[in-house]
Design a protein. Structure first.
Length: 487
C-alpha cells in the first residue's frame, strides 16, 4: 500500500490560501455543531518518525475553539501505564460527547512491539464508532531519504537535537522493514467505521490541507447522519436465533438448586481456612504483579455485600478497592458507558471488587429503557472483548451472580424494614424493581448465556443460604487464584 503512494504531491494551487481559509472557517462551524449535537470525535496521528505529526496537529487545531479539544502525547509509557492493561491509558482519555480528543501516537504503537492483536483493535474501535463517535485516523508518510534529511536537520540544531534518539536512526536504517509492518497494520485495521487516511507528508502545505479537508468531510458526514436520524431503527425488533436462543428459552436460572445450605459450625470452620489461604494469595498477587477483578451482580438483597465483606476481611486494605457502582453521573453519561469502569480497573498486583458492574447495560438499563435496544444488544460483544483484553493482559476476571428466589427476597426486604440499623438498605426502588422480576430474570438468563466465556466465566451462587453463598464465593476465588499463582 505505502509503496504505491505518490509521496511527491504538492499544494500548487494559486488559490491555496483562499481554500485554506474557507476550510478553517467551516471546521470551526462544524466543531460548534458537533458540540451542540453531542458528537464525540477522536483523531489519531500515526506515521514515520520525523513525518511532522506534531507540526500537523499544531496547524490542524488552529481553527478550533481550544475549550473544546485536548491533545494527548502518547509515545511515552509511564510506570502507572505499564501496571495496567495495554488499552487502559487510552480508554481513560476518550472524549465525552461533543468534545474532540487528539492523539499524537495511539494504541497502534503497540502493534510494532506485538502488544495488541489486530482483531482486538478492530473490536476496540468498533465499540466507539457504534456508540456514535467519529474516529479519524491519519498515517503520515515520507520517503527514507526525506526522513534522514529531517532527522539530520533536527540533530544539528541545539534546541531540537534532544528529539532525535538512537531508536529514530535505527528506524531510518530499517525503513523498508517498517514499510512492510505499517502496510500490514493499515490493511488489517482499515475498516468502514474507522478508515485510514494516508497523508503524503513530503510537503507540509499539502499535508495540512488534506488533513483539515478530511476532518471537515468526516464531521459534515457525522452531522448529516445525526440530523437525518429517524426512530425507525429503534422500533425494529430483532429476532434472536441459533443455539444461544435455545439456551435462553430453557432458562439458565430455573435449574439452580437454592436448597443448598451449611451449618454454622461447618461455615465457621471453612471460612477460617479459606480466608487464611486467601490472605497468603493476596500477598502472592502483589509479588507476582497479577491484577484481579471480581464482579458481583445479583438480585437486590442477594447477599453481594456479605460475600464481599468475607473476601476483604482477610486482606491488606492497601491492596484492594471495593468499587460500588451507582447510576452514572452527568460526566459519565457523556462518555461511552464502559469509560467509568476502565478508570477503576486495578493496576498489577491489586484487586478491584465491583459491587454492581458494567452489566448494568444489559440489565437495569435494558429493563428501564435507559439504553436503546441496539445499544444493549451490541453491549454483549463489547463487554466480551473488553474482558478478553483484560485477561490477555494478565488479569484474573471472576463474575458472580448472587441468586435467590422471590420469596427469599421478600423475606429479606421485610427484615430490613423491621430492623432499624438495616432500614437504609431498603428503598422504594427495590420494591419497584421486584415488580419486574420476570423481565429481569429473562435479561439475566441472556446475559449469562452471551457473556460467560472461557476467559471470564459467570458463577451462579446459590444464595438463599447466606452461609453457603459466602463459602462458595470464597472457594471459587481461592481456587482461581491458586490456579494462577500456585498453592
Amino acid at each position: 500500500m505505502l509503496s504505491q503512494i505518490d509521496l511527491n504531491k504538492k499544494a500548487d494551487w494559486q488559490d491555496y490560501e483562499l481554500r485554506m481559509s474557507q476550510l478553517e472557517l467551516r471546521m470551526g462551524e462544524l466543531q460548534r455543531k458537533c458540540r451542540e449535537l453531542g458528537i464525540p470525535i477522536m483523531i489519531l496521528f500515526e506515521g514515520f518518525e520525523a513525518s511532522g505529526k506534531g507540526t500537523m496537529i499544531g496547524k490542524m487545531i488552529r481553527p478550533l475553539d481550544p475549550r473544546g479539544f485536548k491533545v494527548y502525547t502518547m509515545e511515552k509509557e509511564y510506570e502507572e501505564d505499564k501496571m495496567h492493561p495495554y488499552l487502559w491509558r487510552y480508554s481513560i482519555k476518550t472524549p465525552e460527547r461533543g468534545r474532540i480528543h487528539i492523539f499524537d501516537k495511539s494504541w497502534y504503537q503497540g502493534l510494532e512491539e506485538g502488544g495488541v492483536w489486530y482483531d482486538e483493535i478492530r473490536q476496540y474501535e468498533k465499540q466507539f464508532t457504534d456508540d456514535g463517535m467519529v474516529l479519524i485516523k491519519f498515517f503520515l508518510a515520507i520517503t527514507k531519504k526525506e526522513q534522514k534529511k529531517r532527522l539530520e536537520a533536527l540533530a544539528e540544531k541545539k534546541n531540537t537535537k534532544w528529539r532525535v534518539t538512537k531508536k529514530d536512526w535505527k528506524k531510518n536504517k530499517d525503513y523498508d522493514w517498517y514499510v512492510d509492518e505499517y502496510d500490514a497494520m493499515l490493511i488489517e485495521t482499515d475498516t468502514p467505521n474507522a478508515p485510514w487516511t494516508i497523508v503524503e507528508a513530503m510537503e507540509k502545505k499539502y499535508a495540512i490541507y488534506k488533513i483539515i479537508s478530511t476532518v471537515v468531510s468526516r464531521m459534515e458526514e457525522a452531522v448529516k447522519q445525526r440530523e437525518n436520524a429517524t426512530l425507525a431503527a429503534n422500533e425494529q425488533k430483532e429476532v434472536l436465533g441459533g443455539q444461544g436462543e435455545e439456551k435462553l428459552l430453557n432458562g439458565v436460572l430455573k435449574g439452580v438448586d437454592l436448597s443448598l445450605d451449611l451449618s454454622p459450625e461447618e461455615y465457621k470452620e471453612k471460612r477460617k481456612k479459606l480466608q487464611k489461604r486467601l490472605s497468603k494469595l493476596h500477598n502472592k498477587m502483589y509479588l507476582q504483579r497479577v491484577p484481579v477483578i471480581l464482579a458481583f451482580e445479583g438480585w437486590d438483597a442477594g447477599g453481594k455485600g456479605g460475600a464481599i465483606k468475607r473476601i476483604t476481611q482477610c486482606m491488606d486494605p492497601r491492596g484492594y478497592e471495593v468499587v460500588p457502582i451507582a447510576s452514572p453521573n452527568d460526566t459519565e453519561k457523556a462518555h461511552h458507558y464502559l469509560w467509568r469502569f476502565w478508570e477503576k480497573f486495578p493496576k498489577d498486583g491489586h484487586m478491584a471488587i465491583f459491587d454492581r458492574t458494567w452489566y448494568g447495560r444489559v440489565l437495569v438499563e435494558r429493563i428501564e429503557g435507559f439504553a436503546k435496544e441496539e445499544e444493549w444488544k451490541r453491549a454483549y460483544s463489547e463487554i466480551n472483548a473488553m474482558e478478553a483484553h483484560l485477561v490477555n493482559e494478565g488479569a484474573i476476571v471472576l463474575k458472580f451472580w448472587m441468586h435467590i428466589d422471590k420469596d427469599e427476597q421478600e423475606r429479606r426486604f421485610k427484615q430490613r424494614q423491621e430492623t432499624p440499623e438495616k432500614q437504609w438498605k431498603i428503598t422504594d426502588e427495590d420494591w419497584r424493581n421486584r415488580a419486574k422480576w420476570g423481565e429481569y430474570e429473562k435479561a439475566v438468563d441472556e446475559m449469562i448465556v452471551r457473556t460467560s466465556t472461557q476467559e471470564a466465566p459467570w458463577y451462579i451462587i446459590e444464595a438463599n443460604s447466606k452461609l453457603y453463598a459466602r463459602i462458595k464465593v470464597l472457594e471459587i476465588v481461592v481456587e482461581a487464584l491458586e490456579a494462577v499463582l500456585g498453592k
